[in-house]
Design a protein around this ligand. Structure first.
Ligand SMILES: [Zn+2]
Ligand SMILES: [Zn+2]
Length: 248
């Protein structure tokens, strides 16, 4: 890992150790950089930058590759935490596939980053997500399950992501997404999105049915038993070697 990136991160950390600003978005979220370190991974060499939300104490992570501080046109992937998918390999969603595809892509680039956002279960939290899974097991669909728990269909918000990009002095990003709404949210929060990079998912025999169903059904994902799945990452997949017409 190059020394300059380490130096630049250390300088950011030193320059504004008690950062506090008026915040971003309707909830006026503010995050500050707390620590950073090198992070060699199976997908390549990265830095990991830890952020803390000054208001709710939530911890967020940027996995960065190459010189990104103050850079333009940085390839960026926003990933919302999914403990069951990312860590346990749950097949109720495709979060882990999306995360691994992003890390593999960025690991092969000169620079880029994944922002790992702690908004588990579309923002309702882990316990409520499991409650929603349970209701789905009993026959409710994914929207009904969320409503039954008193939540909107989707509580995700990218204000934290926008602030993290500002904290790292990113001048413009190439967002890795198949979802134009994600771009719009970032732009609304003041981020310059110079381009979009398609997020293409490699499929395998285990996830092919899931990915193709998700790509084709646009938000209404049915499993083998006809139950609706909980779509946690809001990007419809574009499947390697099997591009679907009409899919972004
Ligand atoms: Zn702030
Ligand atoms: Zn998931």
């Amino acid at each position: 890992m190059n020394a300059s990136m380490h130096e630049q991160l250390a300088e950011l950390l030193r320059a504004d150790p008690d950062h506090e600003c008026e915040g971003v978005g309707k909830d006026k979220v503010c995050v500050k950089i707390v620590a950073m370190a090198e992070l060699p991974t199976r997908f390549g060499d990265f830095h990991i930058v830890a952020f803390e939300n000054n208001k709710d104490g939530k911890e967020h992570i940027a996995i960065t590759r190459g010189d990104v501080i103050g850079a333009t046109d940085v390839p960026v992937r926003l990933h919302s935490e999914c403990l069951t998918g990312d860590v346990m390999g749950s097949l109720r969603c495709d979060c882990r596939d999306q995360l691994e595809a992003a890390l593999k892509m960025i690991g092969g680039l000169e620079r880029g980053m994944v922002l790992y956002l702690r908004q588990e279960g579309r923002g309702i939290g882990l316990l409520n997500k499991i409650r929603a899974y349970s209701l789905q097991d009993q026959g409710l669909d994914t929207v009904q399950a969320n409503h039954a728990l008193g939540f909107r269909d989707d509580e995700r918000d990218y204000a934290v992501a926008a602030h993290m990009l500002m904290s790292l002095k990113i001048k413009s990003v190439k967002l890795i997404t198949n979802n134009p709404k994600k771009i719009q949210q970032l732009v609304d929060y003041g981020i310059t999105v110079s381009d979009r990079i398609e997020h293409i998912m490699p499929s395998n025999e285990h996830n092919r049915f899931y990915l193709e169903t998700k790509a084709a059904k646009s938000g209404h994902l049915l499993d083998f038993n006809g139950r609706e799945r909980f779509v946690e990452q809001d990007d419809l997949p574009i499947i390697e070697d099997r591009r679907m017409n009409g899919n972004l």
